[in-house]
Structure formats: C-alpha cells, structure tokens
Design a protein around this ligand. Structure first.
Ligand code: SF4
Length: 374
C-alpha cells in the first residue's frame, strides 16, 4: 500500500455500509420527515475520474474513495479513442481499488441504441461479473434491466438523466431503486440543498472540472452538427469531425462545416466544443454560450457538507493521469480539512494554485451554484 493510500485509509476511507444495496425506500409523505432527511453533516466520498488504468491507480493512491470508469464502447459517455477499459484492464483496476478500500463505479450512462439494446444489457452483466460496486446509468431500460437481473449492484442515477428536482429523483428511486443521484450542474446552491432535504436518495454533486451547461443528457448541439452526441454515442464534438485550417487571420477550428473559433497564431487553442465556440452575435464576437472555464466548488464545500451531500465528483475522464492525481490530492485535503473543522474551513491558496494549473483557460467559476442575480 502506498503512503497516499494509507493516508486516505486513515482519513477518507468509504463507509462500507454505504455501499450495501438497500431495497428502495418508500416515498416520503410526511413533510416534517422530509425536512429532517439529508441535513446531518457527513463527510462526502471523493469520486474521481478514471479514463485509464493509470489514472485509476493514481486516483486511488491520491485518496479517492471511489473512481468511475467505462468500457471501450458507446455504453459510456466518454467514448473517445484511447480512453476507457478493456476487460483485462477493468479487472485489474477493480482489484487494485478494492485492495485499497476504494470503490469502482461503472458508467453505463448513455441511452441505449434501440437497434441494439443488448449491448447495454450485456455491459450491465459485464460490470456485475467484474465486481463493480455500482452502475451509473441514465436510461430507464438499463436501470430496469440492472434492477431485475443484477440486484446486488447499487444504482446511481447519472447526470445524463438530467434529474434536477427531488420529484424526479424520487421517481427513479421508487421505480428503479436508485441509491444515489448525480445532480446536473445547473442548480443554485440553495436548490441543491432543497433537493437534499426532500429525497431519500444520496446526492452526488460535481466539485471540479469542465462544465456542460446544456442540462446534461439534453444537449443536441453535437448531434446537430456531427450526428453524434454524448447522449447516444458517448462523444460530444467527436475528433473525427474536428478540422483545423490555416487561414490568413489565424487558425480556424471547425466541426464538420461549422466554424467554432478562429485563433490568432500565438493564441492558446481549446478543443473545438460547440458550446465553447466564439460566435458573432449582434455584431460582437464572443463566447455566446459558455466561456472555457472550470467549475470549482471549494468555496462552498462547508455548505455542501451541511446539506449532507454523499459524494463530490471530479470531472475529467478525458484528462491526463497527472490531472487526476493532482486534483484528487487537492480535494482529498480539502474534504478532510472541512470535515475536521467545518466552521473554520478556508480555501487554501496552494489548493487554488494547484487547481488553477488544470483549469480550462486557467479560470475557475462556481457556475450555477452562485447566481447573484436571482
Ligand atoms: S456541446 Fe457543450 S453543453 Fe453540449 S454536451 Fe457538449 S460539452 Fe455539454
């Protein structure tokens, strides 16, 4: 066991009982009971991205309580070449994590292709056979199959399901027995608290990483331009559609025929993602939908813990193993500090500096958590 692992085991090891699948709880009918649920402070699990076996091991060693991973096909929403796990890698990764007290969550979070739903069902069976601790799913047919055929697997509702209300989450809990829901990154802090107080499901929120503002699972931008989307094929702005062109005014980035951005010769270039393109709107060329910046919720960590958030998720299965290791270390330290002394928690400058190196455009934002105009 590495030093990093030993540190996590001492400070942030997951509660074993939390990962025992329970039968679906009855819906809340009593308002007082509802208000009293989910408000007890708890130390959230740190859930980190594993786009590769190396990233998985680094995340576990750096203090992740759980890692999330996917297979090398369209069943997961990060279906990019060079990422993800074949069966041998998945087996090794799960054994590595379990030997160090960490959990492995399998992302089967795309919507099943009606022409071959068996692929998604097979992936559920594969995850069970591999010994994954939970499935992260969005498609109700996949949830139903897992509920009926692999009842020992915990079910986590993917952000791709786009469940932003406690009523929606309760429906998934009652019908499919989900134990946890990952909230889309579109809610304010008070809305997150409201959901936590009114559902019996565990709530997981994004703590750090790229933003996907279009209510996850409902964005059709990539599909409109390329015919592929994260919702079905597991890819947003797929590399096969990316074109770089040298022009007199700089380097142009296109997705198929659509011009996404034009960079000056010495300007840093981002990956051409439709929502992060610069477009002319009413005579002004700017980021019309979203600026390239990373979500960073360190500043609201005490409030999230007060809500009783079960887990904080780090985005970035498509990022490098070095990103995974460094971001995991920062968040491990932050969660441990906050759990030890929530009233005296302050964001440490070294954390901000470390995360800044891995942020899109070297910028942070609280995203929808902070909407001062509301
Ligand atoms: S285009 Fe942007 S908002 Fe839409 S799925 Fe892709 S990353 Fe998310």
């Amino acid at each position: 066991m590495s030093a990093g692992t030993a540190g996590r085991a001492a400070t942030g090891a997951p509660d074993e009982t939390r990962f025992t699948r329970a039968p679906a709880a009855p819906a809340f009918e009593d308002a007082e009971m509802t208000e009293s649920r989910g408000v007890a402070p708890r130390k959230p699990d740190l859930v980190c991205p594993a786009g590769s076996l190396r990233a998985l091991k680094l995340a576990v060693d750096a203090g992740a309580n759980a890692v999330y991973m996917g297979l090398k096909d369209a069943t997961n929403a990060r279906n990019f070449a060079g990422l993800n796990f074949d069966l041998a890698q998945a087996r090794e990764g799960i054994a590595y994590a379990h030997a160090r007290g960490a959990q492995v969550l399998m992302a089967l979070n795309t919507f099943a292709d009606a022409r071959e739903p068996a692929r998604w069902r097979h992936a559920v069976d594969v995850a069970a056979e591999l010994g994954a601790d939970a499935l992260i799913c969005a498609d109700t047919s996949v949830l139903a199959y897992a509920r009926d055929h692999q009842p020992q697997l915990r079910l986590h509702l993917s952000v791709q399901a786009s469940a932003t209300t406690y009523e929606a989450i309760e429906l998934y809990r009652e019908r499919y027995g989900i134990q946890r829901a990952v909230l889309p990154r579109v809610l304010t802090l008070s809305q997150v608290g409201h959901v936590c107080r009114h559902t019996g499901a565990e709530i997981e929120v994004f703590g750090f990483g790229s933003l996907c503002v279009m209510v996850e699972g409902r964005c059709a931008l990539s599909s409109y331009v390329t015919g592929q989307s994260p919702n079905t094929a597991g890819v947003c702005s797929p590399p096969s559609a990316v074109r770089w062109e040298d022009g007199s005014d700089g380097v142009r980035a296109r997705l198929n025929e659509v011009l996404i951005d034009c960079y000056a010769p010495d300007e840093p270039r981002g990956y051409p993602t439709l929502c992060k393109g610069r477009f002319h709107v009413e005579g002004v060329r700017d980021y019309a939908l979203e600026e390239p910046t990373s979500l960073n919720t360190l500043a609201v960590l005490p409030q999230l813990m007060e809500f009783g958030i079960a887990a904080i998720k780090i985005e970035g299965r498509q990022r490098s193993p070095a990103y995974v290791e460094q971001v995991t270390r920062v968040w491990r330290a932050a969660i441990d500090h906050c759990a030890a002394q929530p009233a005296r928690f302050t964001v440490q400058p070294q954390w901000v500096a470390a995360l800044g190196r891995w942020s899109e455009g070297q910028q942070h934002t609280l995203g929808a958590y902070n909407r001062p105009w509301r």
